[in-house]
Design a protein around this ligand. Structure first.
Ligand code: KIV
Length: 262
């Protein structure tokens, strides 16, 4: 997958699938699937480090996880998230943050919102760095948004999101994540743009979908927002596997001869 395949998929009305990925083992598993794109999301701060929001993700953390993913991802396209405030500093610090993520192994970076980012996106795309935009419920803005709430519900906020989407496309973004917005608005934005939209909690009409690895595998049984579908009961299967191991150890049947050296 390259950014041209993203455009091609939109043109051919073929859906794009993206999954978050934070480590080498998961990247190796995803590399054996037909998923189009891996996102080293700043959600890593929550899913892998147990923080309560994405504000705790640091550049060092993102580079560490991006490098691990890139070692396992084969030829999958990797998007690395720019963490909280890392692209809202001085011009040279912003560009250095992007360089660090790219040099860790990403093929593109993702950043949240349009306002204040347009010049940076133009500069990055002119410097050979594909940029994925992200609008709607942007978790790095959680304290301004007043919580994890659906965005674009009023006419005014829907119009603002359409403007943001258009300006991100004009700035040079190759794709746009739409997070937690009404289905109808996501459909309108998708039709408005020539770049693909990738939805999470944005209904079925976007050009693609993204879900968090742990969520789609059901590893987190207590986290069940409306937009998440658990495609397997991973939590139960992990527990069953580990309990089977413990049982075998307790019964003295593991290791058997086949797992021991003569
Ligand atoms: O960090 C993340 O996982 C994301 C997705 C939810 C789009 O940004």
């Amino acid at each position: 997958m390259t950014i041209f395949n993203f455009y091609e998929k939109k043109k051919n009305k073929a859906k794009i699938s993206m999954v978050t990925c934070y480590d080498y083992t998961s990247a190796r598993i995803l590399a054996q699937t037909t998923v189009d794109c891996l996102l080293v999301g700043d959600s890593v701060a929550m899913t892998m480090h147990g923080f309560k929001d994405t504000l705790s993700a640091t550049l060092e953390m993102m580079c560490f996880h991006t490098a691990a993913v890139s070692r396992g991802a084969g030829n999958k396209f990797i998007v690395g998230d720019l963490p909280f405030l890392s692209y809202r500093k001085s011009w040279s610090k912003n560009v250095s943050a992007v360089a660090a993520i790219m040099q860790a192994g990403a093929h593109a970076v993702k950043l949240e919102c349009a306002s204040g980012n347009v010049h940076l996106i133009q500069h990055l795309t002119e410097s050979g760095i594909p940029v994925m935009g992200h609008i709607g419920l942007t978790p790095q803005f959680i304290h301004v948004l007043g919580g994890y709430k659906i965005q674009g519900k009023t006419q005014e906020s829907a119009a603002r999101l359409k403007e943001e989407a258009a300006s991100l496309q004009a700035a040079g973004c190759f794709a746009l994540v739409l997070e937690c917005i009404p289905t109808v608005l996501a459909k309108e934005i998708t039709h408005l743009l020539s770049i693909p939209t990738i939805g999470i909690g944005a209904g079925p009409h976007t050009d693609g979908q993204v879900l968090v690895f742990q969520d789609l595998l059901g590893l987190n049984p207590d986290f069940k927002p409306k937009f998440v579908k658990q495609f397997m009961n991973g939590h139960e299967q992990f527990i069953n596997g580990i309990e089977a191991y413990i049982h075998s150890v307790n019964q003295g049947v593991f290791p058997g001869d086949e797992h021991a050296y003569a």
